[in-house]
Design a protein around this ligand. Sequence first.
Ligand code: THU
Length: 138
Amino acid sequence: MNEKELIRAAFLARKNAYAPYSGYKVGAALITGDGSVITGCNVENSSYGLCNCAERTAVFKAVSEGYKSFRAIAIVGGANDEDETADYAYPCGACRQVLREFTDPETFRVIVARSEADYKEFKLSELLPHSFGPDSIV
Ligand code: THU
């Protein structure tokens, strides 16, 4: 699975976004150590504080299915319904920290995309420097 295919999976997941309050629809596709792809979308709630981001939906789905090793995540987000968005959708701070729990920040890659052809790629350590993780509690 290459970057384009992972981004396509994120756009497909975005179609399931439940975002009636913000109108901002997000899709994420996580690739596991063994090459499986687990997707997620944002799921909002009329009690606004309970909204869940697409990235955390994907991570929690994956962990609940037995995956704890991840290579990369592709994220797409915007207010439209097309497979091209106005801006790159960077993961929020909470999602960066949740990703950190299960990854090596020096090797885990975060791909933010506007379309299959237009994307940027970062190491998690660039988005969450000097992070706190499982090894910090010893
Ligand atoms: N959202 C995500 O799904 N991922 C992020 O990293 C940032 C924000 C969602 C939450 C909410 O449903 C909507 O985008 C607007 O904040």
